[in-house]
Design a protein around this ligand. Structure first.
Ligand code: PHE
Length: 344
């Protein structure tokens, strides 16, 4: 009965050892010592054949009981160690609600988009509808059909962004939308076309990408008076009833006669300053009566119809209205700048 005593001692011994353990590696090690291939209890069970037959049954039973006892103990121990580890992990990653939060800055509608919308709305209120065209435009619509001949300076490589697709350019103005509209619609036509345009230009007042809005009105008996009346109403809505307006004869290939429209300087009130280059006037837009060559290119009867067109730069209007000194401020995406115009 030596073996029986030995087994009982083993049990007492290892029970104590297991009690002291508090990590999984040690548990694994102790388990191997006892129940592994060469473990102490495994060994006893292996050697049962050497035990005298009359004791074999009792010893075998006891060894198996002890084996079962430790298997259960190890399982329970393993679970309790894992629980403890998890608890510690959770304690470590607990959210510290006393920490100040990251500041998520709210943006604001951009002043250029807001100005574009404001201007579009003024014309929509007058009865114009909104038309659109692509920014990658056919050279034919951007130039030829607008009566801009092949050797015109506006086609110079310096102004136009050519792309590697024969016959296409980044549109240099919104005027090709006039062509697109007249090719698909019969008069009466009254549209405005807001959108992005591109020119090889970059300085404090010019950006290689900027926004324009184009206007086109075609019907029977449209006269220069109509153009003047619409523009006056528009400028008074944007800059106030008291704004002074001046029309200067000018030249655009697609309008005849053509004018440039100035307003009294919004900065100095006409006295002369840096913004108006001491002239007291600010150039605001280009306009004129649609040139008969343009009507012919799109197949509109020049005997029956007349029309006017105008085009203006949105950034320029925004800069004058809100006294923004450098056009680049509009494109730097600095929230400190952008949010100034919130709710304006
Ligand atoms: N397209 C001209 C420009 O970009 C503006 C304009 C439009 C002038 C319509 C007259 C008529 O400068």
């Amino acid at each position: 009965m030596e073996l029986k005593k030995e087994l009982e001692a083993l049990k007492g011994d290892y029970e104590k050892k297991f009690e002291e353990i508090n990590n999984l590696q040690e548990l694994q090690k102790l388990k191997a010592e006892l129940l592994g291939k060469k473990g102490k209890i495994t060994q006893v069970l292996k050697n049962l054949k050497n035990v005298p037959p009359e004791e074999r049954k009792e010893i075998g039973k006891l060894a198996n009981q002890i084996k079962q006892f430790f298997e259960d103990l190890i399982k329970a121990k393993e679970q309790s160690i894992k629980d403890k580890l998890l608890e510690e992990e959770l304690k470590k990653s607990q959210i510290d609600i006393t920490l100040p939060p990251f500041w998520i800055e709210a943006g604001a509608p951009h002043v250029v988009k807001e100005t574009l919308k404001e201007i579009t709305d003024i014309f929509v209120t007058m009865g114009f509808s909104v038309a659109e065209g692509p920014e990658v435009e056919r050279e034919e619509y951007n130039f030829d059909m607008l009566n801009i001949p092949k050797d015109h300076p506006a086609r110079d490589m310096q102004d136009t962004f050519f792309i590697n697709k024969e016959g296409y350019v980044l549109r240099t103005h919104t005027s090709p939308v006039q062509i697109r509209t007249m090719l698909t619609k019969k008069p009466p036509i009254a549209i405005v076309a807001p959108g992005r345009v591109y020119r090889k230009d970059a300085d404090p007042t010019h950006s290689p990408m900027f926004h324009q809005i184009e206007g086109l009105f075609v019907d029977e008996n449209v006269t220069f008076k109509d153009l003047k009346g619409i523009l006056k109403k528009f400028l008074e809505t944007v800059f106030g009833e008291n704004i002074s307006i001046r029309l200067r004869p000018s030249y655009f290939p697609f309008t005849e006669p053509s004018v440039e429209v100035d307003i009294g300087c919004t900065v100095c009130g006409g006295e002369g300053c840096r913004v108006c280059k001491s002239t007291g006037w600010l150039e605001i837009l280009g306009a004129g009566m649609v040139d008969p060559n343009v009507f012919e290119a799109v197949g509109i009867d020049t005997e029956k119809y007349t029309g006017f067109a105008f085009g203006l730069g949105i950034e320029r209007i925004a800069m004058l209205k809100y006294r923004i000194p450098d056009i680049r401020l509009l494109f730097t995406n600095d929230l400190r700048f952008n949010t100034q115009f919130k709710g304006i």
